[in-house]
Design a protein around this ligand. Structure first.
Ligand code: G16
Length: 545
């Protein structure tokens, strides 16, 4: 006999999903009914899931286990037929996408706050993915939010917690729960895409050394299995490979600031040939060569230019998509290949339609995200394997490959300046002032730079015609340089202002500059136009990537 409880509740006003689901501090999620309200709002916004399959997993951070138990009992109470859950509640974000697609699931719930720190007072998050394996599009997240403001009850099965540490199946009420190996399906998919024989030769040759930093987050088991067990890299290739609930107290954001262990090794004496890091939930990546950093925008362009070296993309790319603030390096490759390049708002969810419609094959973002049509999330280890595939065929260093790329296409100097933890009112005031100034900026001269256009980016999805407005203020100059201002949609406290800077240099004699030097004039113009210091009260960005 099923014991379904219907629990009275009241709406919370702050359950609007951001760039990637709902992200809040753990104590916010621990408030009575908070998680339950959001989960019920998801289920109430969906139609036709009775008897269908839901995929469930998370990055293993603090509160993952408790949240999984609650969601399982709620899914059973709402009538799902089956839940596939990663062992111990673990699934990386790209693995969850893979499992949804492989099993033709109705959708999935992924628990993660991505690259943000974890622990009792740190971040937690939840998002819903649709049947294509990708993040729910805006019309779905808006419906979830609308429901969350009106919710009055939720349903939950009144049973004891279940054991998720053992593989196997059991019944929860009338619903089947299958505890699956978190790595298998994903590892198989990866092996089907890449030239694993060549990668194995490279990794086992003894002449090539690689270092993968999983930052004590979810990719540890995936990286051990793929690189060390399947592809023959020596044990020890994966560092910080044990997932911890607090990520070892670190900040699993694969960039030059937070992946410092890896950066020290790759920029130190006797550095390995190749280094990579991934984030909390495994969808982001950072690529390093010996004493060399590959900026994510360049990484997308290099992958696109070399895609034919990878079995899965041997027949060519349908198109490339990048988020608006990502540099235009990939556009140059697309032009050369004679394929379309799409510019979308920030957020992986905007790539889903392009991938489903076969308009784009590769996608990428400046925020250390790259992926393809193999799943519907960005995919950190996929990017690492793609690089290894290229390295194994070209037999050159990372630095040589990128420098040759610049020689062919020119270099898009690129940097992002983040001002984190700004008071929300002050950040909003900056944006309001900037919007007001937009009409006066066109044609204006700043030193050698003349403003070609200034607008607030608006995107019309070429597949379903949906329109997303106010996606970032763009200042484009007549020489193709750009400054973009936007507020992050993934933070959990205050606001983060992001300033994206880009300029183009065709002359190889000028490809050796430090980006902060090459972009100095644009940095000064950004300050002049937006009065960043005055509004934020900060003298410097908190993070520069
Ligand atoms: C999410 C989105 C990405 C986006 C990133 C940063 O990544 O999926 O598309 O680029 O946030 O967004 P924002 O600039 O709004 O903070 P993740 O890895 O946090 O899920």
């Amino acid at each position: 006999m099923m014991n379904i409880k219907t629990v009275p509740t009241q709406p919370f006003a702050d359950q609007k999903p951001g760039t990637s689901g709902l992200r809040k501090k753990v104590p916010v999620f621990q408030q009575p009914h908070y998680l339950e309200n959001f989960v019920q709002s998801i289920f109430d916004s969906l139609e036709g899931f009775q008897g269908q399959t839901l995929v469930l997993g998370g990055d293993g951070r603090y509160y993952n286990r408790q949240a999984i138990q609650i969601i399982l009992k709620m899914a059973a109470a709402s009538g799902f037929g089956r839940v596939l859950v990663g062992r111990s509640g673990i699934l990386s974000t790209p693995a969850a996408s893979c499992v949804i697609r492989k099993n033709a699931a109705f959708g999935g719930i992924i628990l993660s706050a991505s690259h943000n720190p974890a622990g009792p007072n740190e971040d937690f998050g939840i998002k819903y993915n649709i049947s294509n394996g990708g993040p729910a599009p805006e019309k779905v997240t808006e419906a979830i939010f609308a429901r969350s403001t009106a919710i009055a009850t939720y349903k939950i099965l009144d049973v004891a917690d279940v054991d998720l540490d053992k593989l196997g199946s059991f019944k929860l009420g009338e619903m089947n729960v299958e505890v699956i190996d978190a790595v298998n399906d994903y590892a198989q998919l990866m092996e089907s895409l890449f030239d694993c024989d060549r990668i194995r030769e490279l990794l086992a040759s003894g002449h090539f050394r690689m270092c993968m930093d999983s930052m004590h987050a979810v990719t540890g088991p995936y990286a051990h299995r793929l690189f060390e067990q399947r592809l023959g890299a020596p044990l020890g290739t994966v560092q910080n490979g044990e997932p911890l609930e607090d990520f070892g107290g670190g900040h699993p954001d694969p960039n030059l600031v937070y992946a410092h262990d890896l950066v020290e090794r790759l920029f130190g004496d006797n550095a390995p040939d190749f280094g990579a890091a991934s984030d909390g939930d495994g969808d982001r990546n950072m690529i390093l060569g010996r004493h060399f950093f590959v900026t994510p925008s360049d990484s997308l362009a290099v992958l696109a230019a070399n895609a034919k070296l990878v079995p899965a993309y041997r027949d060519g790319l349908a198109g490339i998509a990048r988020s608006m603030p990502t540099s235009q390096a990939a556009d140059r490759v697309a032009a050369q290949l004679g394929i379309d390049c799409y510019e979308t708002p920030t957020g992986w969810k905007f790539f889903g339609n392009l991938l489903d419609a076969g308009k784009a094959t590769l996608c990428g973002e400046e925020s250390f995200g790259t992926g393809s049509n193999h799943v519907r999330e960005k995919d950190g280890l996929w990017a690492v394997l793609f690089w290894l595939n290229i390295l194994s065929v070209r037999q050159q260093s990372v630095e040589q490959i990128v420098r040759e790329h610049w020689q062919t296409y020119g270099r898009n100097y690129y940097s992002r300046h983040d001002y984190e933890g700004v008071e929300s009112d002050r950040a909003n005031a900056l944006v309001t002032d900037l919007r007001a100034a937009m009409p006066t900026l066109k044609g204006k001269q700043f030193g050698g730079y003349q403003v070609d256009y200034c607008d607030d980016f608006s995107y019309t999805d070429p597949v379903d015609g949906s329109v997303s407005q106010k996606q970032g203020i763009r200042l484009g100059f007549t020489d193709g340089s750009r400054i973009v201002f936007r507020l992050s949609g993934t933070g959990t406290q205050g606001a983060t202002l992001r300033v994206y800077l880009e300029s183009y240099e065709s002359n190889p004699a000028h490809h050796n500059r430090d980006p902060q030097v090459a972009l100095r004039d644009l940095i000064a113009i950004a300050e002049q136009v937006a009065q960043i210091r005055q509004f934020t009260g900060m003298e410097q960005p908190t993070v520069i990537t």
